[in-house]
Design a protein. Structure first.
Length: 241
């Protein structure tokens, strides 16, 4: 892993990166240790830290309360800058609501599936029912087909998601880097999933440090074993190592 620098801007995924993967999204918990780490890293970077997650902004805030940091939610579909301004696209709500109802009916018939309706994007988790992976993906693809090409389907670790096309973690990181206090700093993005690869691509292009947590093929230039190792490395950055 590279030696830390005070000139870095940190972009941190949450689940599987800062936090260990939980069986369901609601089961994840940011302990006092993780909250303290994020706050200290934010201060050490002079505010140049953003959480970049598939969770909604509301879910991020609930998880890290009372902290309210710069963040990109729903894989960049919504973004809160360092000044607290929230940026969201304008998407047709009624078709999204019908798609959510369709997926919700399927989930209700299959125990073990977990459906997250984030308003502008949806996640169907099959971690507790991996045998339903193919059916779950098909249901989400069908819902997306009914909406048109302004949405897309993406897969992650035992989850399939429907979200507006053209928004991803890489786009969100680029937007942060055009604003204070991120502008002029070298970006560091840490993530664990295929949905983080867009962020790795952007950070690599900008000469920053991309770090994948866990094994597997990746664009990231560095890899670290697991969330525990990632937290330990970030704690070292806070300590100036």
């Amino acid at each position: 892993m590279p030696p830390c620098s005070r000139s870095w801007a940190f972009f941190l995924d949450i689940d599987g990166t800062l936090l260990d993967i939980a069986e369901t999204p609601d089961a994840a918990e940011a302990t006092r240790r993780e909250k303290s780490l994020v706050r200290k890293l934010h201060d050490a970077a002079s505010g140049a830290l953003a959480l970049v997650s598939g969770r909604s902004l509301a879910a991020i805030d609930e998880l890290f309360a009372p902290l309210k940091l710069a963040a990109a939610g729903q894989h960049g579909v919504e973004r809160r800058d360092a000044q607290g301004r929230v940026h969201r696209g304008d998407y047709p709500r009624e078709p999204l609501r019908r798609a959510a109802q369709s997926i919700g009916r399927f989930v209700a018939q299959h125990p073990g599936l977990v459906f997250e309706d984030k308003g502008t994007s949806f996640s169907l988790h099959y971690r507790l029912a991996p045998a339903l992976a193919e059916e779950a993906c098909a249901v989400v693809r069908d819902a997306a087909a009914g909406l048109g090409d302004w949405v897309e389907v993406q897969q992650g670790k035992l989850v399939v998601e429907l979200k507006p096309a053209g928004r991803d973690k890489g786009v969100a990181i680029e937007e942060f880097l055009r604003e204070a206090p991120f502008a002029g700093r070298s970006p560091v993005f840490i993530g664990d999933d295929v949905t983080d690869e867009d962020g790795f691509r952007v950070v690599n292009r900008m000469g920053g440090h991309s770090v994948k947590v866990g094994s597997g093929r990746t664009r990231a230039r560095w890899q670290i074993a697991d969330p525990s190792a990632a937290r330990a490395w970030l704690e070292g950055c806070v300590a100036g190592r």
